[in-house]
Structures are given as C-alpha cells and as structure tokens.
Design a protein around this ligand. Structure first.
Ligand code: NAD
Ligand code: UD1
Length: 337
C-alpha cells in the first residue's frame, strides 16, 4: 500500500516515514524543504534499508500534485506539510493561512479527482479553547488565540465538511500534544532553525553549551511547582499513532478528531530534572516571567485513541529525555553538519 506523506522530511514526518517503511508501506513524500533538509529522508532510508520517492515542490501546487497521483497508486494521504511557529504566525498571518489551508484544499481536490479517500491531518491541542477543564477530551470547546491555531481549526472544519458532503471520504484529525524526543538511533530528530521556542530543543542546546541558560517562563501557575504543565509525547509513539490512523481510515468512513497524548502532565521543572538525571548533564536555568499566551496546564484525555485506534503511548519521560539528548549530541548542528 502506498502512502503519500506531505511534509515527510520534517520532524514528525521523517519519524512517521520510518515507521511506515518498517511496517511494509511504500512511501511517497512531497516536501518543499522550507523547514527541513533532504538529509532526514536519506537517513530514514539508511535506517530502514528501503527507499522513498521524494518530490520537492509546494503542496499547494495542484498540477504537480496531479502528476504524483497519476504516477502512484496512493491509498492514503498523511498531511504534515505546514508552517508551525506560533509567534511567526502572528507577524505573517496571511503566509500561514495561505500555506496551511491552500495545501489542504489542493490535496483534497486532487484526491477527489483520483478517487483517493483517506486523509490523516496533523492537528494540534492548540485547537482547544482555554476555558476547558483538564484533561482535554475531543468534545471540548474549540477556539484559538493565534493564526497558527486557526489554520489548524479551519483545516479541521474544511475536512469535516468535505467528509459530510462525501460519505466515502474518511478523515482522521490527529490532535498532537507536545511531541519531543527523537528516534533511538540518534540519526533523526528535531532540527529547529535559529533559537528554539519550544522547551526540549532549548534544553538540549543549553546542555550542549550552545545556549547559556534556559529561562523558565513563570513559576506562579496553579500547578504543583508553579511552572507550566504539558503532555509531552515521544515522537516515535506519535509516529506509530499515524500508522494506526491509516489502518482506521481505510476501514471506516466519516471524520474523527483524536487526541495523541499520554494523559500525563509534567512541569517544566520535572522535565529539567528528568533530563539532568537521565543524561547526567546540567541544564542551567533562571526563572523568568510568564510567556504571553501560555496557560498553566495542558494535558490530554487519551482514551479515544485507545478505543478507536487501539493506540496508546508506550515511551516515558526518561526515554524522551534520553533520545532527545542522544540526537543532539550526535548532531550538534542538526542536519547542517
Ligand atoms: P516541521 O516543520 O519539521 O515539518 C513540516 C514539513 O512541511 C517541513 O519539512 C516543511 O519543509 C514542509 N512544508 C511546509 N509547508 C509546505 C508546503 N506548502 N509544501 C510542501 N512542504 C511544506 O514540523 P513538524 O513538527 O514535523 O510538524 C508537522 C505537522 O504537525 C505540522 O502541520 C504542524 O503544524 C503539526 N503539529 C506539530 C506540532 C509540534 O510540536 N511539532 C504540534 C502539533 C501539530
Ligand atoms: C507550543 C505552541 C503550541 C504548539 C506546541 C508544539 C505556543 C504558545 N504554543 O506549545 O501551539 O502546538 O508548542 O510543541 O507557542 N517553556 C519555558 N522556557 C522555554 C520554552 C518553554 O519555560 O524556553 C515552557 C512553556 O512556558 C511551557 C512549556 O515549557 O510551559 C512547553 O513549552 P513549548 O515547548 O513552547 O510548548 P507549548 O507552549 O505547550
């Protein structure tokens, strides 16, 4: 069975390509490499001993998409391609709306033409409104505070409407919590450009000495130690969730939103301490003010994923910290070595 993976050279995409190949799927990638490097896919090929067909173009380009669909017998599309930096989306909203929404619509249009009806969408826990109780379940209130989040929520709505109009169209909206870690080989991992915004890449680069110290964004939240609590999920667990979603989509119809999280929340200090303990390194930090837009606690109710997909996260925080560090140590400058 052939799976089209858009954004397959990126962080989550590359880990998913690896799992797909290991499970016996054929993988076709479309990626314009605007936030990634071909090296990730070369390493996936090395790790699996299998090859990937890669097309480098923008997923908004319907003509080029058509040629991919006519060259390959695609059974399912996993759509990772998208821009994902929250702060940047506030500065250049039109770029975000255009990139993330037009790519989704172009894919749906071409899929319809080529009778391909299974779609897995990269959504995010950011689509939940801030007034929900924890843990977040899929029926919670939806609403966003930044353009990036809206591109995900609008993408979900577009796909839901298409599946309502065409009952053969099967969609799984995967709402990721906080993906961290790397493949255990240390050969593929997260490779942010510039100074990282997210916690784990900031920690690994601080431990390496590339950054002087981490600033903990606030210690006055209503959490066990006052620092922000999140549901961190190992990227390999997350990748495996996509394989379950592919199986589900090909056997069912309609549109389902499903959380991919562990259900367990860890604070910033928990993560720093787990990272130091697991890797026997120091992460110098200072406490700073809250980061605008952050909330105290975010964690998933992961039961729907277990009920519908038969998937649950297996790897723990020690695995996540070990694998993130292993990747960073082996690739201090990411893929740009
Ligand atoms: P990433 O930036 O590493 O990967 C995205 C890939 O898409 C990159 O390889 C980039 O080059 C490609 N791309 C972007 N726009 C494209 C376009 N128009 N045409 C072709 N390729 C394009 O990001 P990631 O962390 O792997 O995230 C994958 C998806 O998951 C994104 O849609 C993101 O919004 C979503 N998501 C990520 C997180 C996270 O924390 N990483 C959380 C929730 C949701
Ligand atoms: C952020 C995005 C979210 C996206 C997610 C992907 C924002 C507001 N939200 O979520 O849309 O889906 O990344 O992973 O950007 N922290 C520090 N110091 C740092 C960095 C982070 O203390 O230098 C804290 C944060 O305050 C938070 C936790 O670490 O409590 C996790 O932060 P981060 O990795 O940025 O993820 P989110 O804020 O959950």
């Amino acid at each position: 069975m052939t799976i089209l993976v858009t954004g397959g050279a990126g962080y989550i995409g590359s880990h998913t390509c690896l799992e797909l190949l290991n499970a016996g799927y054929q993988v076709v990638v479309v990626d314009n490499l605007c936030n990634s490097d071909m090296e990730s896919l070369k390493r996936v090929e090395q790790l699996t001993g299998k090859s990937i067909t890669m097309y480098q173009f923008d997923a908004r380009d319907e003509k080029q998409l058509e040629s991919v669909f006519s060259n390959h017998n695609i059974a399912c599309v996993i759509h990772f391609a998208g821009l994902k930096a929250v702060g940047e989306s506030v500065s250049i909203p039109l770029t975000y709306y255009h990139n993330n929404l037009v790519s989704t619509m172009a894919l749906c249009k071409v899929m319809k033409k080529y009778n391909v009806s299974n779609f897995i969408f990269s959504s995010s826990a950011t689509v939940y409104a801030q007034d929900n109780e924890m843990p977040l379940h899929e029926g919670g209130h939806l609403g966003c505070t930044n353009p990036y989040g809206w591109t995900k929520l609008m993408g979900e709505q577009i796909l839901k409407d298409i599946s309502l109009a065409d009952p053969a169209f099967s969609v799984v909206l995967l709402r990721y919590f906080n993906p961290i870690g790397a493949h255990q080989s240390g050969m593929i991992g997260e490779d942010p450009s510039g100074i990282p915004n997210n916690l784990l890449p900031y920690i690994t680069q601080t431990a390496l000495g590339r950054l002087e110290r981490l600033t903990v964004h606030g210690n006055d939240y209503d959490t066990k130690d006052g620092t922000g609590v999140r549901d961190y999920i190992h990227v390999v667990d997350l990748a495996r969730g996509h394989l379950k979603a592919v199986e589900y989509a090909t056997k069912h119809q309609g549109c389902e939103a499903i959380n991919l999280g562990t259900g367990v929340g860890y604070s910033v200090l928990d993560i720093i301490h787990a990272f130091e303990k697991e890797n026997d390194v120091q992460v110098p930090y200072v406490i700073g003010p809250r980061r605008p837009g952050d909330i105290g606690s975010v964690y998933a109710d992961p039961r729907k994923a277990l009920d519908l997909l038969g998937w649950e996260a297996k790897l723990g925080i020690a695995d996540m910290c070990r694998d993130a560090w292993n990747w960073q140590k082996q690739n201090p400058r990411g893929y740009r070595e």
